[in-house]
Write a protein that binds this ligand. Sequence first.
Ligand code: NAD
Ligand code: APR
Length: 233
Amino acid sequence: MAHHQNIVILTGAGVSAESGLGTFRDAGGIWTKYDLEEVATPEGFARNPALVHEFYNARRANCLDAHHNEAHTALGRLQAEHPGRVTLITQNIDDLHERGGATGVVHMHGELLRALCAACAHRWDAPREMDPTAPCPSCNAAATRPDIVWFGEIPYHMDEIYSLLTEADLFVAIGTSGTVYPAAGFVSEARAMGIATLEINLEPSEGSALFDRTLHGPATETVPEWVEGVLGA
Ligand code: NAD
Ligand code: APR
């Protein structure tokens, strides 16, 4: 950690892949099985809320039944050993970073375990299975949805994320294909500010050429190895 005072880490589906939660664009990924337009857009939700709830109820059950892995634990340890100097931003909607010991995780695409009322913006902890007909516990409107950012919507916490990036001296992307914006643009923002960049991914991603360094291999091996190196520095 000696060389870096402030590390900002962005994670994607790849960090939870070995916990059995699917990725999106790998072979057999989620978007090869479901039509993204039907289950991950506001238009799809307006057309058929029951289908969208069915999709996210299945993913919520997978998430609740899954276990965090060595990559999540290693990142939690890195944060714990250097309080206030390691921030985790995730595109993932699972809670495996938290179960691995991380705190203050910035969920830019929302959280599977949270529910949102589209009418009054009330948020609450989602039950294992959300009932599409259940009214909002606050305003009683029949407009409850998973608290997740869909395509075409603005990701959460963007002001906070850009301010975190300006303070960083190392930006690390772990387990993301680098295809979906704005997350895919963070490495270019970091480079423009002269911040060192590292990609840790199973294989080269669309953004690999933009990183100063890349580590390839499964996250449960590469992330603990990298964390050991940082803590030992
Ligand atoms: P975007 O335009 O930034 O991303 C679109 C990407 O999604 C494309 O690069 C492509 O890789 C993929 N894509 C688009 N259509 C697809 C299809 N039919 N099949 C497979 N892949 C497809 O997305 P946006 O509209 O700007 O989204 C805004 C934000 O919402 C982004 O940050 C996005 O990641 C987020 N989001 C979250 C979820 C979720 O399940 N949490 C789902 C969708 C979008
Ligand atoms: N270890 C490390 N990386 C892995 C592993 C693993 N075991 N398995 C897969 N990967 C890598 C893949 O090589 C790929 O680059 O994880 C990445 C997963 O990419 P995607 O499936 O595109 O997931 P992600 O980048 O998180 O998608 C971004 O798109 O659909 C939206 O909002 C959704 O948050 C998601 C966003």
